[in-house]
Ligand binder design. Structure first.
Ligand SMILES: [Mg+2]
Length: 165
């Protein structure tokens, strides 16, 4: 499924380096919130995230958070992290990513998006024309809709990881 396959898979967002991004020609990074920067609904960034964001800023990487979550979840979290953001982005519809690309003043090919879900984050990156980077979810979700989505993701992920070996 070419619409879902990420350019690279990382375990945690903090493993992405500015050198990785530069090698891909990427100068801006769109960040998912839940299960990428923090556990689901948590206002506390995951371990190392704050320092990692500072490192990216020092390296001159533009950063924006784009989330499907409500403004009440995103606003305080984005404020804590010092990030511009879009809430209720309706990923995989590409408009939130296009808005982020414009806000960064970059071209689509100069932007990557990182997230933990194939059917929202990765598909959105492909539809929006930016590089897709996948991370493993920080913590497994408990809701039925998430369990279903993760079950649908599993065979694809397995195949990609086998091919990457
Ligand atoms: Mg997420």
């Amino acid at each position: 499924m070419a619409l879902l396959r990420p350019a690279r898979i990382y375990r945690r967002v903090t493993e992405i380096t500015a050198d990785d991004l530069r090698a891909m020609g990427v100068r801006g990074l769109i960040l998912d919130a839940d299960n990428t920067l923090a556990t689901h609904h948590s206002q506390t960034p995951a371990e190392g995230v704050t320092d990692w964001l500072d490192g990216m800023r020092r390296a001159g990487i533009e950063l924006r958070m784009v989330s499907n979550a409500r403004d009440s979840r995103c606003r305080p979290f984005a404020h804590t992290l010092g990030l511009g953001y879009t809430a209720l982005a309706c990923k995989p519809l590409p408009f939130g990513f296009w808005r982020a690309v414009r806000a960064m003043g970059l071209k689509r090919r100069e932007v990557a998006a990182v997230g933990d879900q194939l059917f929202t984050d990765m598909m959105c990156a492909h539809l929006a024309g930016v590089t897709a980077l996948l991370v493993e979810p920080i913590e497994p979700e408990t809701g039925w809709s998430f369990r279903l989505r993760r079950r649908l993701e599993r065979p694809l992920l397995r195949r990609w990881k086998e091919n990457a070996r």
